[in-house]
Design a binder for this molecule. Structure first.
Ligand SMILES: C[S@@+](CC[C@H](N)C(=O)[O-])C[C@H]1O[C@@H](n2cnc3c(N)ncnc32)[C@H](O)[C@@H]1O
Length: 396
């Protein structure tokens, strides 16, 4: 079959019409006439396969599934994300928002500071999307260049010794954290990977004196432990935090809640601009990092709570005039939205990694809020994901 690619769906797949039915075809470009085959037919739509496979700069592109829009040029990718978020907000919310939504670009390649690799015998790679089939790889264009050296070292190890199953590598400010799982001799691992790795773990046991990585964002230092959430794009995270800080500086608020605060990055960056910050996060380990970060930076006007956000809002009676939320993809739970509506702070800043749940949540708040500003940051180039930031202002 042949057809013209009319546009993209939210996952970066091309939209082609065939006998009146919409067919979603991955790996094609808007405006192209493509040959495709239907691989899955549903009542309302079908999934197609592009028969004109393109040469990609990544030999693993079509196998791995980690990237979905690598075949688009970077300007085309940014345009796709702008259109996607614009359409989602238009379709799923009724805010009167006519402004263009800017997207702040980052570096399209070599940006990820963290990777989880699976190991089978002497091969390592990613699991194919939605499966446990290993896609062995030599190099990934998304990983920071320094990561390659760590992967080579790991590869050298598994060439002669079996037993390792998984490796998480994180690199911040040039320091390498390696978290290994599987069967291995502790002393052998230590002597092989130290001092190359600054932080080394095997099956949860620390093999180095240092257990956390240290990084500096603007002029604040942060410790990051192995399980704590930390944004994966060094440039992207700085752009995200800068947008939030610029908004906060312009608002003159006094009490802020930073909900879903991870290791307290935003809470501590916000501290100079308000009188008091409450940081709330479910992970006890992340809150320990946050408190240590607070001590290291001698910041006194922040209190951290290891709690579910919903429980915290139920119990805590403080009256913030600013709430910052940065939830996981699932967005805000119903009880959290209910509580925000009840407290009704003057401003709400929503940092979102899923525009669909963002749209659902801000639409739920529309009765009480105006959408003042929306900015996107391209934290995940070559994938369909995008970080979206909204500033909402309470209606008077
Ligand atoms: C997208 S991250 C945001 C982290 C932080 N704002 C940052 O920039 O590093 C979401 C965080 O929400 C936390 N989380 C998930 N569900 C939660 C809940 N119900 N209550 C509190 N925190 C939660 C996760 O552990 C994770 O650290």
């Amino acid at each position: 079959m042949k057809g013209e690619v009319l546009g993209y769906d939210h996952f970066g797949r091309g939209i082609v019409k065939c006998n009146g039915k919409v067919v979603f075809v991955p790996y094609c470009k808007k405006g192209e006439i493509i040959s495709f085959a239907i691989v899955d037919e549903k009542r309302q739509y079908a999934i197609g396969e592009n028969l004109e496979k393109k040469k990609s700069i990544c030999p693993f592109y079509l196998l791995c599934g980690g990237c979905q829009i690598l075949h688009l040029s970077y300007p085309e990718q940014l345009l796709f994300k702008q259109e996607k978020v614009k359409n989602i907000l238009k379709r799923y919310t009724k805010y009167d928002y006519e402004k263009e939504i800017p997207i702040l670009s980052t570096e399209p390649f070599f940006y990820r500071n963290k990777v989880v690799l699976h190991i089978e015998e002497d091969r390592l790679g990613f699991y194919q999307e939605e499966s446990q089939k290993l896609v062995p790889f030599a190099q990934c264009l998304l990983l920071k260049k320094e990561m390659q050296e760590a992967i080579l070292k790991l590869r050298e190890y598994i060439q002669t010794r079996k037993g390792l199953e998984e490796a998480m590598i994180r690199i911040l400010d040039g320091q390498v954290m390696l978290v290994l799982k599987g069967k291995a001799d502790v002393e052998e691992i230590r002597s092989f990977f130290f001092p190359f790795c600054h932080v080394l773990f095997l099956n949860g046991q620390a093999l180095t004196k240092e257990k956390k990585l240290k990084t500096t964002i603007f002029d604040t230092t942060f410790l990051v432990s192995k399980d704590a959430f930390f944004q994966v794009n060094d440039l992207g995270l700085r752009k995200i935090y800068q947008v939030v800080l610029d908004w906060v500086k312009s608002l003159s608020c006094t009490v802020a809640f930073d909900l879903y605060c991870g290791t307290g990055t935003l809470s501590l960056l916000l501290a100079p601009y308000v009188q008091k910050v409450y940081g709330v996060e479910l992970s006890k380990e992340a809150i320990l990092d946050a408190k240590e970060n607070q001590g290291q930076n001698r910041i006194s006007n922040v209190s951290f709570f290891a709690s579910d956000v919903g429980h915290f809002l139920q119990r805590n009676k403080a009256t913030p005039d600013l709430i910052v939320v940065d939830p996981p993809r699932a967005g805000l739970a119903k009880n959290v939205r209910r509580d925000i509506k009840k407290r009704r702070p003057a401003y709400l800043i929503y940092v979102s990694c899923d525009p669909m749940t963002l749209a659902r949540d801000i639409e739920d708040l529309r009765e009480f809020y105006l959408l003042e500003d929306v900015i996107m940051v391209d934290e995940f180039p070559n994938t369909y994901h995008v970080e979206c930031l909204c500033l909402l202002k309470r209606k008077e």
